[in-house]
Design a protein around this ligand. Structure first.
Ligand SMILES: NC(=O)c1ccc[n+]([C@@H]2O[C@H](COP(=O)([O-])OP(=O)(O)OC[C@H]3O[C@@H](n4cnc5c(N)ncnc54)[C@H](O)[C@@H]3O)[C@@H](O)[C@H]2O)c1
Length: 254
């Protein structure tokens, strides 16, 4: 799918990996709509780049339909959707003070799994009515964000790992179904990236994490995630795959 001139929706685009993707798509000539719950950062980024911002919580069907509708109404319809909204969570299954809260597990699943599916279903529905474009007659491309925790979940990551495992697992059935509408679906499974999600950790913990990455032994840069998201959009043979982006990191149990 040609990025230049296409309309792209980046959900969770106000910060971190999503914000870098907004910048990368915008630099490559896409007309970008940012959807996020963080109004202040989302509006600031949209203002800086001449993009549009729509307030939308991924767990809210109506708000998200508004964001997808705003993108679909722009020239050429919604062609590219990158879903980066998500939350982290650390909690053990059984501790001396009691079991893992059910409510925290449900919240992680609601935002990371139901939220991602909400984005996928509404974006795909909007893309179905696009005119076929290019040599392959593509109608759209959806990129979601899993995590290497889907495969190497650490102690305390049971909710987060389960949620990202679900995001990874929806990729192939989604790509298989939407192939009939010429819509591709891929997921990126990032390792450790330098975003506000990790910025809260003390400097020595961040250094330790960075040193655990085989090569390059540093945290990933959000721009590197954005480059892969753009390649997925541009390369028509990338479909139905979850791509690890992690410098060969395999996380230890703790
Ligand atoms: N940073 C990493 O190392 C890393 C590694 C693996 C996976 N990921 C995943 O990448 C994605 C982006 O993470 P990040 O590091 O950029 O984090 P981030 O906190 O910088 O960005 C997440 C964005 O999602 C938005 N968001 C959160 N809940 C939302 C909701 N309910 N509705 C709409 N927007 C919502 C936030 O406001 C924020 O703008 C997440 O899904 C995260 O799990 C990150």
């Amino acid at each position: 799918m040609l990025i230049d001139g296409s309309t792209a929706l980046v959900v969770g685009g106000a910060s971190g990996l999503g914000a870098a993707t907004v910048r990368a798509l915008s630099e490559r000539g896409a007309q970008v709509v940012i959807a996020d719950v963080d109004v202040e950062r989302g509006e600031a980024l949209a203002g800086e780049l001449g993009a549009r911002f729509v307030t939308a919580d991924v767990t809210d069907a109506e708000q998200l339909a508004g964001a997808v509708g705003a993108a679909a109404a722009l020239a050429g319809g919604l062609r590219v959707c990158v879903q980066c909204a998500g939350i982290g969570h650390a909690e053990r299954i059984a501790r001396s003070r009691g079991p893992h809260e059910l409510s925290s597990f449900e919240r992680v699943m609601a935002i990371n799994v139901v939220g991602t599916f909400n984005v996928l279903r509404l974006a795909a529905m909007a893309m179905r009515s696009n005119d076929p474009a290019g040599e392959d007659g593509e109608r759209g491309v959806c990129v979601t964000t899993a995590s290497i925790a889907a495969y190497d979940g650490q102690v305390g990551q049971v909710a987060y790992a389960a949620s990202k495992g679900a995001v990874a697992a929806m990729t192939l059935p989604a790509a298989r179904e939407l192939a009939g509408s010429a819509i591709r679906v891929c997921a990126i499974a990032p390792g450790l990236f330098d975003t506000p999600l990790l910025a809260g950790l003390p400097a020595d913990a961040r250094q330790q994490l960075a040193a655990s990455i085989p090569f390059p032994p540093r945290l990933g840069r959000p721009e590197e995630f954005a480059r892969l998201a753009c390649e997925i959009v541009a390369n028509p043979m990338l479909n139905g795959e979850v791509i690890r982006l992690d410098g060969a990191l395999r996380m230890a149990p703790r």
